[in-house]
Design a protein around this ligand. Structure first.
Ligand code: ATP
Ligand code: MG
Ligand code: MG
Length: 376
């Protein structure tokens, strides 16, 4: 059997290893946190991501290397490419690590993003805010996640403070026009080393305080919009020469127009629903794509709602799972709990998720509501 090396040992690595182990692959992760989510289910090299000696050991042990987070050091990626097989290459990482490069690449693939401007000074910001109007969103070009490194500018009086605050990150800044979206969706597409491409059904995403809360599938919008979203994701996968998974976050306007928000070149939280609801999970698909196997069928087998389990939800979720569930029986839903093996259930920390399989997404949403677990 071949060994797959993964940079990063968080929950995405763990779920890749679980899916790939069932297919006969062995796994090793390079991850500084001892006993990491992935380290619990595979071999782990405990070292910093940019430890070149450790990266060399990862390369020696691996037949193919991938990553589960996108802020991989460019030098390390280059070294791994010289010493092992990195089918995703470094170009895709380079592009998606930086919002401006990413937006330009999306546009070059013929897909729309929200109007944006590169911001190099407070004066440029003032000018761009006048052009786009308020609200608008100032973002750091690199390093942001879960809404960190962003400022929604609601009026011109906030410009100086927003600029001063985000400039601290010492990276370029981007201003985006605010899209008054009716819905946020994401499409995960896979492109294999052979050039085959397949997209998963779009997920409707609902965030709470900038953290993904729910992914609802099928998304509750027109079929034509969903098919167009899949086409755009496929166009991006092709245009950017993706290998492996690409997650495409999009805004849907009231008129059904689509704007891409951002990309992630890896398994995505909004794709966890595929684990039980699709014939192939996003994790199996990624392994297939990078190992040159034919891609799996992405068909949806059941309506599903994925709900994230944050630190404050762990105890009530476990209590719920341990007792007979009258509501689940009555609603005809099957909640599937996944926990990532993280030790401290810190408030707002992603600890796991529940895929609620159901006859309709409404039934799944009713179950989530009735449990009262996700009120906090
Ligand atoms: P993630 O955790 O998904 O990586 P992130 O920190 O990279 O998040 P974005 O996805 O860029 O941030 O933005 C977070 C959320 O803020 C979006 O899902 C959306 O709800 C809102 N948002 C971001 N940009 C815009 C915009 N231009 N117009 C309207 N809403 C926006
Ligand atoms: Mg992001
Ligand atoms: Mg996002």
């Amino acid at each position: 059997g071949s060994t797959v090396g993964i940079l990063g040992g968080g929950q995405l690595g763990r779920m890749l290893a679980n899916a790939g182990s069932a297919m006969g692959y062995r796994f090793v992760t390079l991850e500084p946190t001892p006993d990491s989510p992935m380290g619990q289910v595979s071999e782990q090299i405990v070292a910093a991501y940019d430890d070149r000696e450790a990266a060399r050991r990862l390369a020696e042990r691996s037949d193919v290397i991938t990553y589960e987070f996108e802020n991989v050091n460019a030098d390390v990626a280059a070294m791994l490419m010289a010493e092992s097989y990195v089918p995703q290459g470094s170009e895709l990482l380079y592009t998606t690590q930086h919002r401006l490069r990413e937006k330009r690449a999306i546009e070059a693939a013929g897909v729309k993003v929200a109007p944006y401007a590169e911001i190099r000074s407070e004066d440029e910001l003032r000018e761009a805010v006048r052009k786009f109007g308020t609200p608008c969103v100032l973002k750091t070009a690199t390093g942001g996640y879960d809404g960190k490194g962003q400022w929604v500018i609601k009026g011109e009086s906030e410009i100086a403070e927003a600029y001063a605050e985000l400039s601290k990150a010492r990276t370029q800044l981007v201003l985006e026009q605010f899209i008054d979206f009716a819905m946020e969706i994401s499409v995960i597409a896979a492109r294999s080393t052979t050039g085959e491409i397949k997209a998963f059904p779009p997920a409707e995403n609902i965030h709470k305080e900038n953290i993904l809360h729910l992914s609802i599938v099928p998304a509750r919008t027109q079929e034509s919009v969903l098919r167009e979203a899949e086409r755009l994701a496929v166009r991006i996968a092709e245009g950017l020469g993706v290998v492996g998974l690409i997650a495409v976050e999009m805004f849907v306007t009231r008129d059904g127009e689509l704007f891409v928000n951002e990309l992630a070149p890896r398994p995505h939280n909004s794709g966890h629903y595929t684990m039980e609801a699709c014939r192939t999970s996003q994790f199996e698909q990624h392994i297939r794509a990078i190992c040159g196997l034919p891609l799996g069928d992405t068909s949806l087998m059941s309506p599903v709602v994925m709900v994230n389990v944050l630190g404050q939800h762990v105890e009530p979720v476990l209590a719920r799972a341990a007792a007979p569930d009258e509501a689940a029986e009555r609603l005809g839903v099957a909640p599937k709990l996944h926990l990532y093996g993280k030790k401290d259930a810190v408030f707002k920390r992603k600890m796991g998720h529940v895929n609620v399989l159901a006859p309709t997404v409404e039934a799944a949403l009713d179950w989530i509501d009735e449990t009262k677990i996700w009120k906090v």
